[in-house]
Design a protein around this ligand. Structure first.
Ligand code: FES
Ligand code: MG
Length: 572
């Protein structure tokens, strides 16, 4: 290695500090480990409480072999991990904390580069945010989706089928006993959710950004090829250091353009919008919600996966994988956007093929001609709101209905199945107090379950509006990320049950039909205000005081941008 390594600021020389840094790391490690060999951290989000990532410790072994083989020194670094299904009130509350803690530990330690191991929803976003802010050579290994589980000869989609089956129970078309029986078939193997939920989406989008070895994302977690690619990534990480290939040197607006094309073509999770906005914010790249609408507008939906379609991640991989999807939309991609290998992303599309056109539909016969995320604005969402038309009911994309307003998730649960609730299939359900500040943490509650009495009548979708998020595995005509949120003074706080709401997805409008002066004269009810979080101390207090709105990626205001990898002062 010709250049001076960052880690040599710790390890080289004969002074007392270098002695300390080396001595404590020795423990059987020879002298040669400290003389000119790149120190590569493996930021590992494996945790027993993040079951989707638990196997990453095995993946880390393969990464280590690759790093050693290429002459580097691998150093496993456990970082904050978030188990989407386990932590309450929502994993999103700690995405920024995970990003901040990872950034700080990467900066503080004697490392020259890092391999990022993630999987479950928030883990890849937090790792990429950290890597962008510390700006050290970094490459992602997505842990991969689980294999498809089956129940009564039917494939089960993680998340999506939980929502579907539980609604069937409430509608009276599935027994509770059968529902519970499906539980042990839901999760068949190691890996993250097998639907096109947030984990799958972020793995593929990370590859489109250029931060993953091309062709790796989407490899199922138990597949031997994942370990092979992890080994290759370890080798690559050493090369990145030699080449000083840092995020700021290859991630550009073009990389985000490609990520947005990918997001639309795969029918990916709406959560990718907040995550990509946050990552771009760390890099100083101008990205707005309107870019998602503009770039995604003419991108066809090509992947027939739940929740927008039928199949699961396992099927996508066997059908040709992510690169086969992207090959179909090659002309829409930025040809200059680079990957971590130093070559443009489009270079990797030549050999890709579709092997099963049921799963990956060709460009000429897409599942939908336009799949992008739509941005709405209007008197109910002056800062914008988003909707995923691919997951919505076509007949509801233009709709007018009376609002039925809920002040909190608790209020919603208490009243939704009340037989006397004044609601019908044309009503517009509104849930507020669920934004970044209000909940806090912007939970996935926007896809409100429908009232039992309407389910029993056969109603399966209604317009729902919320300042929170929805699970990437969810479906329905759900308008989400309403900005400003109610707790930040948005007009969502002022809507009353009975107000007329007008939704026009094609026209990009979301309005409450109350005269502007009348709306301006309204004040939020006490019950609405009581629904907002007011934490006394700790992370929640810091979060509520500093979190930005959804249109800024819900990052903390003081975490936008980066500080680089320089540590100005020594430890002794
Ligand atoms: Fe971990 Fe879905 S719960 S990826
Ligand atoms: Mg989720």
């Amino acid at each position: 290695m010709s250049q001076v390594l960052r880690s040599s600021a710790w390890y080289s020389g004969d002074d007392r500090n270098a002695y300390i840094h080396r001595a404590w790391m020795r423990r059987g490690v020879p002298d040669s480990a400290f003389t000119g060999r790149p120190q590569i951290a493996i930021a590992n989000t494996a945790s027993d409480l993040t079951p989707c990532n638990a196997h990453l410790t095995e993946v880390a072994q393969s990464v280590k072999h690759g790093i050693y083989e290429a002459g580097g020194i691998p150093l496993e670094l456990p970082v904050v991990s978030l188990g989407e299904t386990q932590v309450r009130p929502t994993a999103m509350l700690w995405r920024n904390m995970a990003a901040m803690a990872t950034e700080e530990m990467l900066r503080a330690n004697p490392i020259d580069g890092v391999v990022l191991l993630g999987g479950c929803d928030k883990t890849i976003p937090s790792l990429l945010m950290a890597a962008a802010s510390v700006d050290l050579p970094a490459v992602v290994v997505p842990g991969g989706p689980m294999l498809t589980g089956h129940f009564r000869n039917e494939a089960l989609g993680c998340g999506t089928d939980v929502w579907r089956l539980s609604e069937e129970v409430r509608a009276g078309t599935l027994s509770e006993a059968m529902f519970l029986k499906s539980e042990s078939s839901m999760i068949r193997s190691k890996g993250h959710c097998n639907t096109m939920g947030t984990a799958s989406t972020m793995a593929l989008v990370a590859e489109a950004l250029g931060t993953v070895l091309p062709g790796l994302a989407g490899t199922p977690a138990p597949d031997a090829r994942l370990l092979e690619a992890a080994h290759e990534t370890g080798r690559l990480a050493v090369e990145l250091v030699a080449d000083d290939r840092r995020p700021s040197r290859f991630l550009t607006a073009g990389s985000f353009h490609n990520a947005i094309v990918a997001l639309a073509a795969i029918g990916g999770s709406t959560n990718a919008v907040v995550h990509l906005l946050a990552i771009a914010g760390r890099l100083g790249i101008e990205l707005t919600i309107d870019d998602f609408d503009r770039i995604g507008e003419h991108v066809p939906l090509l992947v027939n996966l739940q929740p927008a379609g039928k199949y699961l991640m396992d099927d996508l991989y066997r059908a040709g994988g992510f690169l086969a999807v992207m090959r179909e939309v090659r002309d829409l991609l930025d040809p200059d956007a680079l990957t971590i290998t130093g070559r443009p992303f489009v270079d990797y599309l030549d050999d890709a093929r579709i092997w099963d056109p049921e799963v990956i539909t060709p460009r000429e016969a897409p599942l939908l001609p336009a799949a992008g995320i739509a941005v709405l604005r209007g008197s109910l969402a002056p800062g914008g709101a988003i909707v995923k038309p691919a997951a919505a009911s076509p007949h509801l994309l233009k709709h007018r209905g009376r609002a039925v307003v809920f002040d909190s998730v608790e209020d919603f649960h208490a009243r939704i199945d009340d037989p006397d609730l004044d609601i019908d299939a044309d009503s517009v359900m509104i849930l507020r107090g669920c934004g970044p500040r209000g909940y806090p943490g912007m939970p996935e509650v926007a896809n409100m379950p429908l009232p039992k009495k309407l389910l029993e009548q056969g109603v399966r979708d209604m317009v729902r509006i919320c300042d929170g998020r929805m699970s990437g595995t969810a479906y329905g005509t759900v308008v989400l990320h309403v900005t400003p949120e109610a707790a930040a003074g948005g007009p969502l706080a002022l809507v009353r049950t009975g107000d007329w709401i007008a939704l026009d997805v094609r026209g990009g409008r979301l309005d409450v039909e109350v005269p502007a002066d009348e709306l301006a004269d309204r004040r939020p009810d006490q019950a609405t205000i009581d629904g907002y979080a007011n934490p006394r101390r700790g992370w929640e207090r810091l979060y509520v005081d500093h979190v930005l709105q959804a249109d800024r990626g819900a990052d903390l205001d003081f975490l936008v941008g980066g500080s680089g990898s320089t540590v100005s002062r020594d430890s002794h």
